[in-house]
Design a protein around this ligand. Sequence first.
Ligand SMILES: CC(C)(COP(=O)(O)OP(=O)(O)OC[C@H]1O[C@@H](n2cnc3c(N)ncnc32)[C@H](O)[C@@H]1OP(=O)(O)O)[C@@H](O)C(=O)NCCC(=O)NCCS
Length: 193
Amino acid sequence: MVVYNVKLKNGSEIQIAPLNGSINVKQIANFINSLVEERSFISRDKKITHHEQRSELKVHKKKIEEGLMEYLIALHGKNIIGQAMAERLQHRVRGNAFIRLYIAESYRQLGLGKILMYLVLNGLKRKKVVNAYIEVAEKNIPAIKFYKKLGFKKVALLPNWMEFDGNYINAIGMIMELKNHVEKAYGPYENIL
Ligand SMILES: CC(C)(COP(=O)(O)OP(=O)(O)OC[C@H]1O[C@@H](n2cnc3c(N)ncnc32)[C@H](O)[C@@H]1OP(=O)(O)O)[C@@H](O)C(=O)NCCC(=O)NCCS
């Protein structure tokens, strides 16, 4: 298993590794629930229970074994501070992968999202995936800026796609053609990417 040791922009030394046996259900649930509590623009709006998280993890591990999922976790000590998941679609749409990326609130804008995304996209490119796809709330301006910066292009408007406090809001679909993905970033993270 490859473990990347990374220094973030604030000097924190963190690790990035594929999902593995040392990560437990409680750690992942706590991380996801911190995003729910924050009311971030992720699709989950209710806290996940340990039971639900355990079942979800089983499904994810099976997909990883089948080569249908890339799942990276960023840890600061024992705390999960970020995760990136890419799920390959199947059959005629097997050339595409759907990506989810979450960074803990206090670790944003330190370069971690960019590193996780590069690592995931590199993995997909090696597996000959053609397109990486994300869906993002139209109001999630930081995330849209982030994805544009990395080279994702808006390809769809998804009207009234997500429910927030009883109102439906638009989302947008963005795609990165992996042939355009630059496998190396420039700057301090060049060596690990
Ligand atoms: C979107 C998200 C993943 C970005 O991760 P991050 O670790 O904060 O991003 P990085 O520090 O790697 O930023 C990379 C680039 O994105 C852009 N960016 C990131 N956050 C930004 C913000 N709040 N405002 C403007 N630009 C931003 C910057 O241009 C930055 O460029 P730089 O490398 O030259 O500084 C993170 O904000 C997040 O997890 N948000 C909550 C969950 C979420 O909304 N996920 C996406 C759901 S679709």
